[in-house]
Design a protein around this ligand. Structure first.
Ligand SMILES: C[S@@+](CC[C@H](N)C(=O)[O-])C[C@H]1O[C@@H](n2cnc3c(N)ncnc32)[C@H](O)[C@@H]1O
Length: 252
């Protein structure tokens, strides 16, 4: 049966992670994420410097992290840029962890985390100086609808940074349907963004390969590790059919 990637699925995904130091250790090691954050996704920590630079935030600017998960990447950007942070996700469990992380890692009053979706973040128009979405735009149906929401949230001149994957060949049915639907260059233009730049990131992709290999080789220990291993086996089987992409753009 196909997996339904709804909030119930992600709540369980994050609940399993919360009791899996093994999963966190595999991810943090491969992604180079500081151990105190304990919540790496599939973006290498070094890549977050590029995301931060792409956002061009002024100190005290507001960055919105849509589909923020447990918050680590948005917190990393807020720390680097001296920015304020609003994180949005539809998983209540992820938001609880993100709040706890931000209390440990950001000055008081500099961040909030709230329930919202990729298509309706629940924030007023023209709120954000910068908006980031790390490895989640593929969950919007279609991804273009999320990009339109991102444009609505950004101030004129505000900057967007999106990381994701695209199919090398969009007709390749071995690639998950969601990823085949992602075409950031096409859809950022359709959404009316200016200064659209989409870069391929082979170094990020190589770190990801090492992470999947470490996951698959790990001693099976808990639900989160088993889930990571299943995803790793799937990813490694068709590894060269995806490319890692990083897009930046300016809201008109
Ligand atoms: C692969 S995780 C990435 C999380 C985080 N950006 C990171 O890189 O660690 C995907 C995230 O998207 C969120 N998500 C998926 N579909 C969503 C939707 N329709 N609205 C809001 N969040 C969604 C999930 O709850 C999950 O936190």
């Amino acid at each position: 049966m196909p997996v339904v990637h709804d909030s119930v699925y992600f709540d369980q995904w994050y609940a399993d992670m919360a009791v899996s130091p093994t999963r966190d250790a595999i991810m943090a090691r491969a992604m180079g994420m500081p151990v105190e954050l304990r919540d790496a996704g599939t973006l290498i920590w070094q890549g977050l410097t590029e995301v931060t630079e792409g956002l061009r935030l002024a100190p005290d600017g507001l960055v919105v992290d849509v589909a923020c998960g447990r918050g680590g990447y948005g917190i990393g950007v807020a720390q680097r840029a001296g920015a304020r942070l609003v994180g949005v996700d539809f998983s209540a469990v992820a938001l609880e962890h993100a709040k706890a992380n931000s209390v440990r890692l950001l000055p008081a009053g500099r961040s909030t985390f709230q329930m919202g979706t990729l298509l309706a973040a629940g924030l007023p128009s023209g709120t954000a100086d910068g908006l980031m979405c790390v490895d989640a735009v593929q969950f919007a149906e279609p991804p273009l609808a999320a990009l339109l929401e991102f444009r609505r949230l950004l101030k004129t001149g505000g900057r967007l940074a999106v990381t994701c994957w695209e199919a090398v060949d969009a007709s390749d049915e071995r690639v998950p349907r969601r990823i085949r639907a992602v075409d950031l260059r096409r859809d950022l233009a359709k959404a009316g963004f200016a200064d659209v730049e989409v870069q391929e990131k082979p170094a990020w992709r190589q770190a990801e390969r090492a992470m999947w290999e470490a996951a698959v080789a790990a001693v099976d220990s808990d639900a989160a590790v088993r889930s990571l291993q299943a995803e790793g086996r799937r990813s490694l089987a068709t590894f060269d059919s995806l490319r890692r992409v990083f897009a930046t753009a300016t809201a008109p």
